[in-house]
Design a protein around this ligand. Structure first.
Ligand SMILES: CC(C)(C)S(=O)(=O)N[C@@H](Cc1ccccc1)C(=O)N[C@@H](Cc1c[nH]c[nH+]1)C(=O)N[C@@H](CC1CCCCC1)C(O)(O)C(F)(F)C(=O)NCCN1CCOCC1
Length: 330
């Protein structure tokens, strides 16, 4: 079995990517954020108070002949940016890009935080972290990938996220047309449930490569790249007028600045993030001050290789035993 689906940026600065999925019989289509940084599959639903729904598509279990309530089960999740949701659980048929999982746990929101209500192009999340992170109680549930794995041609899924363009997620196969050269794999340490691995080092612009093991998580659900302060200050030292603003909560710089590229290492391979990816966004539509796509991880307690980094590569999440992650240029 295999599947392939689009990864569509939800706004003009790629704050997140959504993928069409179908749930139930007859199929209900929702646009969900495939997120390797969490392991709950939750959706806006007919059970979500209407005051908390603003333009999102909803899943209505009672309209599906294959839905079943998972009675007595609840869930509640809090994300790194403070947003959260909670609710009840159904099982139903669930497909992504033609790949179907029967009786996938679909977590229906009974409450969502305001930032989810405000994000009308995001109907929920598909967690693709390790199932140990799933918050359903009393019995935790498996992710779509863990449920699909036994039927996949290959125990992998791949992310081909693009800058200001639609990319793709593939399940069960590695599409050799989507990358160039070889895929470089590195070990994943799956505790506490993230795709945790190390970079072998970094370089700023045309500077010398600094070899150093930098541990972090490859997280499709995080917009930016968060690295240790020492690396981030070394980067912005090359940017005229850059400063670490308490007011804006990170590094900002004049939008007219020339930014250097940023290169990260995976084992012996090197991946260069174009300067345009790091010139993330104006802080307001009419401002001449811009917010960086590379920020310090010091407040997070973990380094996050988010979309700004991932969209510079073709990434293979391999569920083999032991798990590993692969990067290729594209
Ligand atoms: C644009 C920005 C200022 C950088 S942003 O921070 O607003 N971008 C958000 C994503 C977003 C997209 C669309 C609308 C609104 C928000 C972002 O990058 N948030 C990150 C992390 C972060 C930290 N600091 C600043 N940001 C996040 O929470 N990502 C989680 C998924 C998000 C949640 C909000 C909606 C979009 C998807 C995440 O799952 O990737 C995570 F890994 F960061 C996370 O929080 N995982 C939850 C892990 N728990 C551990 C315990 O067991 C349960 C699961």
């Amino acid at each position: 079995d295999k599947g392939s689906a689009a990864a569509i940026p939800i706004n003009e600065v790629d704050i997140a990517y959504v993928t069409p999925v179908t749930i139930g019989t007859p199929p209900q289509t929702l646009m969900l954020d495939l997120d390797t940084g969490s392991s709950d599959l939750w959706v806006f639903s007919s059970l979500t108070p209407s005051t908390q729904v603003r333009g999102q598509e909803i899943y209505t279990p009672t309209k599906s002949s294959t839905s079943k309530l998972l009675s007595g089960h609840t869930w509640s999740i809090r994300y790194g940016d403070g947003s959260g949701s909670r609710g009840s659980v159904y099982t139903d048929n669930f497909t992504i890009g033609g790949l179907e999982v029967r009786s996938q746990a679909v977590q229906t929101a009974l409450e969502v935080s305001s930032s989810f209500t405000q994000e009308q192009s995001l109907d929920g999340l598909v967690g693709l972290g390790f199932s140990t992170l799933n918050t359903v109680r009393p019995s935790s549930q498996l992710t779509f990938f863990d449920n699909a794995r036994p039927n996949l041609d290959e125990e992998v899924f791949t992310a081909d996220l693009k800058y200001h363009a639609t990319g793709s997620y593939d399940f069960g196969f590695i599409d050799s047309k989507k990358y160039t050269g070889n895929i470089t794999y590195t070990a994943v340490q799956q505790s506490p449930g993230y795709w945790t691995h190390s970079l072998s080092g970094y370089s700023v612009g045309s500077g010398a490569f600094q070899a150093s093991q930098i541990s972090g998580i490859s997280d499709t659900g995080t917009t930016l790249l968060y690295l240790p302060t020492a690396i981030v200050t070394a980067y912005y030292r090359q940017v005229q007028g850059a400063q670490n603003s308490q007011y804006y909560g990170g590094y900002v710089f004049p939008c007219s600045s020339t930014l250097p590229t940023f290169t990260f290492g995976i084992e012996g391979a090197r991946f260069t993030i174009p300067a345009s990816y790091i010139n993330y966004t104006r802080i307001s539509p009419t401002s001449t001050t811009c917010y960086g796509g590379l920020q310090s991880s010091s407040g997070l307690g973990i380094n996050i290789f988010g979309d700004v980094a991932l969209k510079a590569a073709f990434v293979v999440f391999s569920g083999t035993n032991p798990p590993r992650i692969g990067f290729a240029t594209k």
